[in-house]
Design a binder for this molecule. Structure first.
Ligand code: ZN
Length: 660
């Protein structure tokens, strides 16, 4: 029998064959469909148990099997696996769409919600609300022609998003800067020149070739002393998606905005923004506007001062966008000349890991026991049982090193989420350099932060204590999910914590704390400016997604100019929107503010730890009880208030950025 369809305690990585996936996924879909059909056609009166709870559990096997397949496709893939995923992913999407648009199920859930009162059972109440909302947000309540139209619009939207990204990519690739004279390279460091020479060689060209891809564009704008060439590059980059050729995105944006506005209206919302925000911690457009306005007012004076300083060290008035990065870097070098590579010897991976485990010991009394008996999919993966006293909280897989079959970046995933007595199986994936025969794996400071961040997500899942899997751990509102991970990064700047593990791997010398002060100072370089930049992108996002129809879009460039607070002169023909893939090519529409929102929350929460002591067991216990253990069972605004005793406040973030 197919191993994936058998009962196992741990994912049976050592026994899965590639050909097992297809039949297992199809069998699991079939099983779920059968269960769902039984729920939909039941002659019993709908109850919470026979409908909402039954739906919650209907696709459990499918989730288990697909979690293995999808996770391995990210971190240990092969051509064969990719092919299988490509084939099966649409089938899984089709299945879940079929469920979410099933009228019979919706009617049953609606009956449950109308006939009973769950105000005494927070978790049941949330599950019921989420289920009902999920149906409605998929358009299930629409009838007849409206229903068809909604479906057609969704299909068109997914095509348009793809087209947007393809257009941007095409425009990015069809422009290059080909230089043949050494004099044109003035200011560029050797590695940047080498990369450009290789780029040229690959195209069979003499000299040096620069492109609009960030690894080429970014360093050029930062280091080139040739203002004329920086301007050329800037204009080319700024016109991506807006050059008026066959890859122009203006019409694509207009249509996306029009369709999103229509979809939202069909579901009963005023604007697309209202539709999105209803399902976020921030809750509403007025709340969001207030949040952004307050932060903007707080950082604007700093942003203006920073610009004035940069203006001062350049000789140009007015400073133009193509000058900014260049002189910002100069100022940074003058002030914070510091090579962060110096820190690496103090952060051997094994010591960092033990330091992080130790922190969870100090905060929550947890310990981590190696579990070599648990099967793994690659020899680099290490497994631990996470214990709270004698109680096993779950299994932690750490997959720390790059390999050809793994994508870049760092992330956390679950093979199984916590629910009831069932404990979670969670994985943290990173891409830290491998140890060699002579040297251990030495982390950059930013990688230590990354590790802490992902462990923050992992422990959100690990310490979960809820009844329903769809509400456990990191299954929270999207603008809340980064708080428990980001808050952990704060400990990386605390000498008291660093002293517990950061020692030179050869000499044993403890990490000099002035290094950390220097990193923090360098990080706060242009803090006001960068914050304003993020807010500007957030305002642009909102401007497009609060439009009532597409006719008001006009040129994307003009919408953007009106939405942003522009401290530098705008350059006609240049804008971000036509290349803003987060919101037009991806899933961040109306959500771009989320980056800053999560920062405000994490800084605020950490300020409480800072006040009580960064290892304070009582504060940690309260954080665990009020937030981490609760997952998505209650609105994050309530969880936050339960822990902090008040609403979020941006002062802690401003203090961290040294802007108070
Ligand atoms: Zn994260």
């Amino acid at each position: 029998m197919n191993i994936l369809l058998q009962e196992w305690e741990f994912p049976p990585f050592d026994r899965i064959r590639i050909e097992d996936y297809e039949s297992a996924i199809r069998a699991a879909i079939e099983e779920a469909e059968h269960t769902i059909e039984t729920i939909a056609t039941s002659t019993e009166a709908p109850t919470f148990e026979n409908t909402v709870e039954a739906l919650e559990c209907a696709d459990r096997r499918l989730n288990r099997v697909s979690a293995i397949m999808m996770n391995l496709n990210e971190c240990c893939t092969s051509d064969a696996l990719q092919e299988v995923v490509m084939k099966l992913e649409p089938e899984m999407t089709r299945f879940s769409m079929k469920v979410m648009t099933d009228h019979r199920l919706y009617e049953r859930v609606k009956t449950v919600s109308e006939s009973s009162d769950y105000s005494e059972h927070t978790e049941k109440k949330t599950l019921l609300e989420n289920t009902l909302k999920s149906f409605r947000r998929h358009g299930v309540a629409l009838e007849g022609e409206a229903r068809e139209r909604y479906k057609r619009n969704e299909e068109e939207l997914s095509e348009l998003k793809l087209r947007f990204s393809q257009n941007a990519l095409a425009n990015m690739n069809d422009w290059t800067l080909h230089l043949t004279s050494e004099a044109d390279l003035e200011g560029l460091p050797e590695p940047v020149r080498t990369a450009a020479r290789e780029e040229a060689e690959a195209k069979g060209l003499e000299g040096w070739l620069f492109t609009l891809a960030y690894p080429s564009y970014g360093p050029f704008m930062t280091y080139s002393t040739r203002r004329d060439l920086r301007e050329k590059m800037y204009r080319a980059y700024g016109s991506i998606g807006g050059r008026g050729n066959e890859h122009d995105n203006n019409e694509v944006i207009r249509r996306i905005v029009e369709l999103r506005a229509e979809q939202a209206r069909m579901l009963g919302y005023n604007t697309y923004c209202d539709y999105v925000l209803e399902d976020r911690m921030v809750q509403s457009l007025p709340n969001l506007r207030r949040f952004m306005q307050e932060l903007k007012e707080a950082v604007l004076p700093a942003a203006k001062n920073e610009l004035a300083e940069i203006q001062r060290i350049s000789s140009f008035t007015p400073l133009m966008s193509w000058d900014f990065s260049h002189y910002a870097e100069k100022l940074k070098q003058q002030r914070y000349a510091f090579d962060s590579e110096q820190l690496r010897p103090y952060f051997p991976l094994d010591a960092v890991r033990e330091g992080i485990f130790g922190l969870y010991g100090k905060l929550y009394g947890l310990h981590f026991d190696p579990a070599p008996e648990v099967p793994v999919y690659h020899e680099d993966v290490k497994v631990y049982r996470v214990l709270d006293g004698t109680r096993e909280m779950g299994i932690l897989y750490l997959d720390m090193h790059p390999r050809a079959s793994k994508r870049s970046g760092a992330w956390m995933t679950e093979f199984r989420g916590q629910h009831g007595d069932v404990r979670p199986q969670i994985q943290v994936v990173c891409n830290f350099s491998k140890p060699t025969a002579e040297t251990p794996s030495l982390l950059r400071f930013s990688e230590v932060e990354t590790f802490m961040h992902e462990m923050g997500h992992a422990m959100h899942g690990m310490l979960s204590n809820v009844r329903y899997e769809s509400l456990s751990g990191t299954n929270v509102k999207r603008d809340f999910v980064e708080m428990p991970s980001q808050v952990m990064e704060n400990w990386c700047y605390e000498p008291e914590f660093l002293a517990t593990f950061a020692r030179h791997w050869q000499t044993g010398e403890p990490l000099p704390t002035e290094f950390i002060d220097k990193i923090r100072a360098a990080q706060n370089h242009l803090a006001g400016w960068l914050c304003l930049r993020q807010l500007n992108l957030g305002y642009t996002d909102i401007a497009f997604h609060t439009m009532l129809d597409g006719s008001t879009v006009g040129k994307a460039e003009e919408v953007e100019a009106g939405a942003m607070t522009n401290l530098l002169p705008r350059v006609p023909g240049c804008c971000t929107a036509t290349n803003f893939s987060h919101i037009f090519g991806g899933d961040y529409a109306s959500g771009y503010y989320g980056y800053k929102w999560a920062e405000v929350l994490d800084a605020d929460i950490f300020s409480r730890f800072k006040q009580d002591g960064i290892f304070n067991r009582d504060t940690a216990a309260r954080f665990r009880r009020e937030i981490l253990s609760r997952g998505g069972t209650e609105h994050p605004a309530v969880l936050f208030r339960n822990f902090m005793g008040r609403e979020p406040d941006n002062k802690a973030l401003l203090k961290r950025m040294n802007l108070l």
